[in-house]
Ligand binder design. Structure first.
Ligand SMILES: Cc1ncc(COP(=O)(O)O)c(C=O)c1O
Length: 438
């Protein structure tokens, strides 16, 4: 196993998280089960907060809620000094329900419905990130209708392609996201935003991709943001005050993954921005960052119960577990890999090559050709680094009720998302009169 956060192997060979024996957690709360390591989540938050505060005179960390947003998670990140970035009405409502102050929220999206826009202005949101030229007059219209003002960051596209899976590269010019600096759309948007009387243009934003195991591409993007701020100043006379450097730092999914530390990442990227700003004689801005995966990713672990072990001699051994595509679609979506091991014999040598299969139709394969310690029916498997984009992307495929999530800390575990029931699955189904037998 990878020693992440508070994860340890107890004397009885069981994996513990936050001082809780995972075998007990599975017995108490059932499987599949998402386990969140609160101390580790908080320490990731602190690493960002401290590095940002050291790296820039003014800074504000934001948490990218798309990675994992529940009311408990929102409370935790806010208590660590973060704001929350939301990308939909549902995320916005979740953050508000958790008690996040609206001015600490930021709304994203390349398609924001009128309803989402109204919701944002109604609550008094701190920032909205405008993604395209047509979005500007939309905000103006909604704000006029509501008698509101719109605090705007422009999402600019620097045409930087970080090294990561193509499905999570979004900083290149051929992207649905952002206003291209290269094409002139970004500068046009700055002029338009300044001309619209309901909009307050606060600054700019960019996000180039996710699960990136280096900081260089972010540094390059940051320098381009500085150049763009200078272009805006020279063209319009406006000196914008806020720069949001997005998220994207990768985490350890496998033992040989070596992401930079949060401190190294923040120091270098913020340093690249400030150095270029100084060279361009621009003042120190408020620097924002909005990490998601590197806050919650390696703080989460999924526990599965092994059911059938099927050996096809000379071909393959399939180990079927009680979850799969519905609780973690990432392996199917883009071949994401994870570190998996037998949680009830965590110190035993991983000597058997198997394929871990999910329980869904299709080919639902979680992990191909991984080595496990002679897995048998009834064993508990632990999959590390599942805190981000797992529960957040979970579905009810095959009408499976989504798993519970527990928060583990100091030997205590509390449910922060209860397991869905069959009634939950049925609560939106309606029968038209002619089918109701009435
Ligand atoms: C606009 C924006 N900000 C932040 C993030 C968070 O990225 P990550 O989870 O890689 O830190 C994303 C994720 O895709 C994003 O689209």
């Amino acid at each position: 196993m990878m020693e992440l956060g508070t994860q340890r192997i107890a004397d009885n060979g069981h994996l513990t998280i936050g001082g809780c024996d995972t075998v007990d957690l599975a017995a108490r709360f059932g499987t599949p089960l998402y386990v969140l390591d609160e101390a580790h989540l908080r320490s990731n938050c602190r690493a960002y907060r401290v590095a940002l505060a050291a790296g820039a005179p003014r800074s504000q960390p934001m948490y990218a809620g798309k990675a994992l947003l529940t009311t408990a998670v929102a409370r935790i990140v806010v208590s660590e000094g973060f704001g929350v970035d939301v990308a939909s009405g549902g995320e916005l409502v979740t953050a508000l329900r958790a008690g996040v102050a609206p001015e600490q929220l930021l709304l994203h999206g390349n398609y924001k419905s009128r309803e989402e826009m109204r919701l944002a202005l109604e609550c008094g949101i701190g920032r909205v990130v405008v993604d395209s030229l047509p979005e500007l007059p939309e905000w103006q219209a909604v704000a006029e209708e509501m008698g509101a003002r719109v605090p705007v960051l422009l999402r600019v596209n620097p045409n930087v392609k970080p090294k990561t899976h193509t499905k999570i590269q979004v900083g290149q010019i051929d992207s649905k996201f952002g206003l291209s600096i290269q094409s002139g759309d970004a500068l046009r948007a700055a002029r338009d935003a300044l001309a619209l009387d309901r909009l307050d243009l606060l600054g700019i934003h960019n996000h180039i991709g996710s699960q990136v195991l280096g900081w260089q591409a972010f540094g390059e993007a940051a320098r381009q943001l500085a150049d763009f701020l200078a272009a805006v100043r020279d063209d319009t006379g406006a000196v914008l005050d806020q720069v949001n450097l997005g998220g994207g730092l990768g985490i350890r999914y496998l033992p040989d993954h070596e992401p930079p530390s949060i401190e190294e990442f923040v120091t270098n990227v913020v340093g690249a921005l400030r150095e270029r700003l100084a060279a361009l004689r621009l003042p120190e801005p408020l620097v924002l960052m909005e990490p998601g995966r590197s806050i919650v990713g390696d703080a989460g672990t999924t526990l599965y119960r092994v059911g059938v072990v099927k050996e096809i001699p000379g071909v393959r051994t399939y180990v079927s577990v009680d979850g799969g595509l519905y609780d973690n679609p990432r392996p199917a979506l883009y071949g994401a890999e994870y570190n998996v091991f037998v949680a009830n014999r965590a110190a035993a040598p991983a000597d058997t090559v198997v394929t871990v299969a999910g329980k869904h139709c299709e080919t639902d394969t979680l992990f191909s050709d991984v080595k496990l310690a002679s897995p048998r029916a009834g064993d508990l498997l632990a999959v590390q680094s599942t805190g981000a984009y797992n529960y957040a992307m979970a579905s009810n495929y095959n009408r499976l009720p989504r798993p519970a999530m527990v928060l583990a800390n100091g030997g205590r575990a509390e449910v922060i998302v209860r397991r869905e029931t069959y009634d939950d699955l049925l609560r939106c189904d309606l029968l038209p009169l002619r089918l109701s037998g009435g």
